[in-house]
Design a binder for this molecule. Sequence first.
Ligand code: PLP
Length: 422
Amino acid sequence: MRHFTFINEEMHAEKVSLKEIARAVGTPCYVYSSATFERHFSVFKDSVKDIDALIAYSVKANSNIGILATLSKLGAGADVVSGGELQRALTAGIPANKIVFSGVGKTKDEIEAAAKAKIKIFNVESIPELYAINDIAAQMNYLAPIAFRVNPDVSAGGHEKISTGKKEDKFGIAWSKAEQAYAVAETCSNIEVVGIDVHIGSQIDHLEPFEKAILKVGSLIKKLRSSGHNIRSFDIGGGLGIPYGDKSIIPPNPANYGAMVKRLTQELNVEMIFEPGRMISGNAGILLSTVLYVKKGEDRNFLIIDAAMNDLLRPALYDAYHEIEPVRKNPENSQIKKYDIVGPICESSDTFTKSRELPIIEQGELIVMHTTGAYGASQSSQYNTRPLVPEVLVKGNKYEVVRKRPTINDILKSENIPTWLI
Ligand SMILES: *Cc1c(COP(=O)(O)O)cnc(C)c1O
């Protein structure tokens, strides 16, 4: 069910008019629907209800603390990939014993912070990292719970930039070295082996890669146990794809995914950990933008909008498709035109779409880019000294700004001209 729909010919987020938000907050801005977050979380939870499971929402997909608090209330844990994300999760009220820490390059400070918080598991990606965690844990008189992230050499993911589970990728312990890694871990006095972890990619649109990875890891778990390692948890990462409206990709539904995981893991007697990101937040957000100019090129029509690639990087980075619609509802028989929709940034890649068929759109109109709740605001930057895009969270007929737009002065305040020039 979609919570961005037309009421009186005008698009709303739940019960709140987007025109009203644009007037009050300004554009561009992200608008999120609490009801969608709640629904997606409960759909996922339902799909794994027969499994001993922790759902550790992948914070990097949308890391706003207003969103994390919304999910925390529903019982979500968190998968974090930096000290900053750890602090966000804790600030939003997610209990430390539901937080797992992933990532190939954890720094000493980040490891210390996570150990101090007593998180559930460190997902360890290399032997040098294992030693670093062991050393820090020893200094803190702490037993660090770890799982190795192993690389199952399975090809998956909607785009080469978001595939992570092939042997040439930088992630995880090479499959052939996994057993050796567990043997090394047993020699570390301040490490407690508790599990195993994989994450094979993102926007995965069929179940086979997950099945392959689970079967491989399942047999590895049996081997590891027979060598005396106490594997109690199996983290299968995130990666479940979602529909973006381009029709060509129909991702598996969460119920089938859950049934598949149950079927392949029920004999293993492990706690399953899931790290869904996009599946929870993708469809819960839109990017709201104003058309600044309509420009007629030689043989193309350009809509120049006030959102740009610094606000939403996915089209430039992954050639991503987003459904685009005007906020004002057009009659069924409206005349259709083809538009290239571009932002104001001085890069040709600041293009959201080319030759998109849309009803005639005029200067000053509001448009939305759908399914931008994941990897939208969390990837935004201030390139071209464009202030970070604000975020608005809607709940029924209420809304609040959960990240405000900095002023240019806010941006300049953190910089300085060196003393030798003054
Ligand atoms: C990015 C990431 C996820 C989330 O991936 P989605 O495709 O958004 O579900 C989960 N786990 C790890 C380790 C990640 O890097």
